[in-house]
Design a protein around this ligand. Structure first.
Ligand code: ADP
Ligand code: MG
Length: 366
């Protein structure tokens, strides 16, 4: 239910904008803290950048690189390193007037059915014709895709980057589509273009779910992205803060604090950057000239809330209900050691409205 403040408070948007304009200048370039921003320097990733550069360099002399896999927890720079190398390789190709390779990025969390993956590849390459979200038989899309690859990519290489490939593998038809993609060159007889796969996974043991034929097509070429420690995150944030904030706006302790908090989680650079961005926004909103540690703590609290909410919303209804049961039992009977039967009973008896609004005391043995 809305509280009284919400009911009677009238938000003056025009005044809000005027106040915002009067707030201190904090951000020089907000985009630099956006997760899709790729800086010109990626500290502590020289080993991985070098390895991918070595694998892909043969392209500059008419060679075809091999498929490879990247592993590491979220926010360890896997996608950024690949985008970074692709940008540098494109620049070099331009410099020596050679055809640039194509890079097709597919996030398997969002696009993970064989049909949608093929459609995504086709639609990225094709300017005029687009494949509809459903409807065409797989062999027709395949044929259309093969023709398009030869036409558009020509004698160059098309890299298909499959981010979060572990999600694809667990899906029905996941291994088959991967197998098909590894065989585009030989079995499906692409005439000119060569397709190469780059698999990215946040889960280290995902290979056990991979079809051995697909695994062997990656030829054992694997790159590991270790989690960042607090010092490494400090370097990353420091470089980014110089691009994103005006001089002397960020207090000295703020960046090491963001880095330490993110390192304690699991060394995720995305989290560290989010903490810093949100702290900056909070300072701005509070008309404060300095992004000080107190805004980092506030930012952490607000991000934790956002993440937990997002996570719970993404769970299946049954699991939400179990979680809700546990929460209500623990709230009403904090000293009770909860066992499965208690959850079952409260869920069963009070499912739906009654469960959410009713008292638990009568159902939980105490
Ligand atoms: P992953 O693919 O491993 O989940 P990303 O490449 O998406 O991680 O990185 C997450 C965020 O962290 C991005 O905003 C990226 O710019 C940043 N980042 C990760 N590693 C570095 C690094 N070494 N230097 C600068 N920024 C980095
Ligand atoms: Mg990622």
């Amino acid at each position: 239910m809305k509280n009284n403040n919400e009911l009677h408070y009238k938000f003056d948007i025009s005044q809000f904008y005027s106040d915002f304009l009067k707030s201190p200048k904090i951000f020089k370039n907000r985009d630099a803290l956006n997760p899709i921003y790729i800086p010109n320097n990626l500290p502590h990733r020289d080993v991985q950048i070098r390895r991918i550069a070595e694998i892909t360099a043969c392209l500059l002399k008419d060679g075809v690189p091999f498929n490879f896999l990247c592993y590491g927890k979220t926010g360890t720079g896997k996608a950024s390193v690949i985008r970074f190398v692709s940008r540098k390789l494109d620049e070099k190709c331009n410099e020596i007037q050679r055809n640039r390779p194509w890079w097709i990025y597919n996030n398997c969390q969002q696009v993970n059915t064989p049909y949608r993956i093929l459609a995504n590849i086709f639609n990225t390459l094709s300017i005029e014709e687009k494949i509809p979200p459903t409807g065409l038989p797989k062999d027709i899309i395949f044929q259309k895709l093969l023709n398009l690859l030869d036409d558009v990519v020509g004698n160059s290489v098309c890299f298909i980057v499959l981010d979060e490939i572990d999600i694809l593998i667990k899906k029905k038809g996941g291994n088959e589509i991967l197998y098909d993609l590894t065989r585009l060159n030989e079995k499906y007889q692409l005439k000119k273009c060569r397709v190469r796969l780059i698999g990215i996974s946040n889960i280290l043991k995902f290979k056990s779910f991979l079809d051995p034929r697909v695994l062997s097509s990656f030829g054992g070429e694997e790159l590991v992205f270790p989690a960042y420690n607090a010092e490494e995150l400090t370097d990353i944030l420091q470089e980014r803060a110089e691009i994103a904030f005006f001089k002397n706006v960020v207090s000295e302790e703020t960046i090491p604090l963001c880095a330490a908090l993110a390192a304690k989680e699991h060394g995720d650079a995305r989290n560290a950057l989010q903490l810093l961005r949100k702290a900056g926004e909070l300072a701005e909103r509070n008309h404060n000239k300095k992004v000080s540690p107190k805004f980092v703590y506030k930012s952490q609290k607000s991000l934790e809330q956002d993440n937990t909410e997002q996570f719970i919303k993404s769970l299946p209804k049954q699991i939400q209900l179990v979680l809700c049961s546990i929460f209500l039992i623990a709230k009403h009977l904090p000293n009770l050691k909860i066992i499965t039967g208690d959850i079952y009973d409260s869920n069963h008896i009070h499912s739906g409205r009654n469960f959410l609004h009713g008292s638990l005391h009568s159902t939980v043995p105490g």
